[in-house]
Ligand binder design. Sequence first.
Ligand code: ATP
Ligand code: MG
Length: 395
Amino acid sequence: MRILLFTGKGGVGKSTVAAGTAALAAAAGHRTLVLSTDAAHSLADAFGTPVGAEPTRVADNLYVQQVDAQLRFEQSWAEIQGYLLSVLDTTAMDPVAAEELTVIPGAEEVLALLELRLHALSDDWDLIVVDCAPTAETLRLLALPEALGWYMQRVFPVQQRVVKALRPVLSRAAGVPMPGGGVFEAVERLHAELDEVRALLSGPDASVRIVLTPEAVVLAEARRAYTTLSLFGYRVDGVVANRVFPADGADDWRAGWVLAQDEVLGQVEESFAGVPLWRSEYRASEPVGVAALATLAGDLYGETDPVATSGVRGPFEVVSVRSGVQLRLRLPFVTRDEVDLARSGDELVVTVGSYRRLLTLPTGLARLQVAGARVDDEGVLRVSFKEHSAKERVG
Ligand SMILES: Nc1ncnc2c1ncn2[C@@H]1O[C@H](COP(=O)(O)OP(=O)(O)OP(=O)(O)O)[C@@H](O)[C@H]1O
Ligand SMILES: [Mg+2]
């Protein structure tokens, strides 16, 4: 089962390309679901047909669903969500946690992830295509499982202890919200489920494709997205340059655009060297409906199988080196002084710009000592680990 996520700046053609990719894959016989995490119901517009909150069939092998956060929320998660938000508000309880938490979850995002998990486990699909919201929200979404997992590990045990010991006092005095019965179990379950989502999305069968139009501002955002996606461990296995002006028969006005786009396309190639770049022409009309979408995707991918894993490696690796073990995290475009690194127990805290990842170290590494860290010329963060020396172990 494959999972393909499409993201990019607002309006560049994410929904169109996601829907087209799905239509093409379905026509090739893959049981395909396109899922939108966006509150704007643009998949229905792209397919030119009403789409519901349950998978709606639009062609052979092709189903479309727009996750209705409101509905799901009312169905099952209202109690937990309400409680989570109140806990997140009670930051006075744990100032360290409050400071470390860089992502505050939104109900819609959590629900979209849970919906994705259910489908991924269901055995109903060969391919799930996720039409994501514009970049910033997508990054928030993809950072969520890890951040929330971290948060729950830290805050909930504390809450649980506090609740047991001080329930009568606290509920009267401090205004700390008291969870109702069953909330802790529900929270545990949510934690486990989000962990599964994280494993799915950073695993070998999932990848992210960045959609852009050949314009300088759009490219700048795409580059930042590439860095941040890598920081969170997501594999980018393709870039789609959409709405490329065709060169033939151009008048002066269009010829100007063709030249300008050519220059940016050159920069796109340089920026994403090693990642496949696919191009899609600016069509004379909006590609709407299964047939038009499949044609667009057919032209886009050409001979390439849109579903295949491209062989692009993920950004995260643990390798044995002579001096011990090295953790490598590829952070495209990042230089030494932009990365901040700290170790806290079993975690590495990696900060790049305004994004911070709390990377839980694999068990093999957690017991080792950080021997050094650097960012090489290719933007790879290399953290070296070695055994604790005998003296330290005793002392
Ligand atoms: N190659 C193309 N040629 C012509 N029109 C296109 C092309 N790709 C997309 N469009 C049109 O551009 C508009 C925006 O596309 P789309 O909705 O797919 O963008 P989006 O990135 O999903 O936007 P949003 O950020 O709002 O979700 C739509 O009207 C779509 O039909
Ligand atoms: Mg869209």
